[in-house]
Design a binder for this molecule. Sequence first.
Ligand code: TYM
Length: 333
Amino acid sequence: KQRVLTGITTTGTPHLGNYVGAIRPAIAASQDENNQSFYFLADYHALIKCHDPEQVHQSTREIAATWLALGLNTDNVVFYRQSDIVEIPELTWLLTCQTAKGLMNRAHAYKAAVDANRDDGQDSDFGITMGLYSYPVLMAADILMFNANKVPVGKDQIQHIEMARDIAARFNHHYGEHFALPEAVVDDNVAVLQGLDGRKMSKSYGNTIPLFLTEKQLKKHINKIKTNLLEPGEPKDPDTSTVFQIWQAFATPEQTAEMRQAFADGIAWGESKKQLFELINGQIGEARERYNELLANPAQIEVELEKGAEKARAYSAPFLEKLREAVGIRKIR
Ligand code: TYM
């Protein structure tokens, strides 16, 4: 069986981009009998970018409720909270001691922070924590802890998976073949979903459409998607339109062909947005009800996560024992 593993950082409310890019394909992969799936809430990662305890907690609850509401079957999938796996921080340390500092110097997130400081005329390390700097080691520990073969992620995460491979190879070279070398799985058909302003939909840009808004709010958000001004009835270019791009992410190929034609025929923006609302609402309406029920009953979410932690630790605890033995951390005998 192929082990598939992926995580979402618990720093915000799940949006259409997370759904289309990560959650929907992950749930589909979990239904394939050839896969064994591990999906988790990356709450240690959240501390890198968010120092508001309430926000981390609230986001963890919302992301957990989202996976469950969308039909993740926790009998077939190991679904857990990263911080429940006490072996992960320890593995992070074992890996840290095999990670070249030069490798971390090349990480995109760290480099972007250094560049931003230079642009602002600040000292290059201003405001940069060791958490941000060693982020790829923590992520390698997430993946290697469960010997994942396949890691489905968006394009922004590919470098981290490559670093996890490097770290695993170095550890294996030194201590013997303990880790499978993980591979990123990037679905080229699922483009990075655009947000309200046409840039990548992202919490950090404040341009997201949250997945489980009320109908009224969902309509309102869709109406805010940026469009260019055209005369009524003028043909519209689907390939430069965010409305069309989001449509395509939810529609069948037939529906997409119909919308392409409607754009050529000059469909009004208001009408295209109304149809987009109906398409999305039709697909997530039932899950939204389950989501709200789950949020009203957080104890139910906790039960699922505790069940997941138990299943995950059945792998991580004995594996870490083996790794400790391999590096020489042993009982005196
Ligand atoms: P995060 O939380 O930033 O994003 C979670 C997943 O959502 C995808 N995504 C998108 N896909 C399409 N369109 C968008 N607009 C969009 N925005 C986000 C991301 O590519 C990602 O797959 N470090 C990771 C979390 C993590 C992890 C791991 C992942 C921690 N440990 C181990 C895999 C394996 C992160 O910050 O993702």
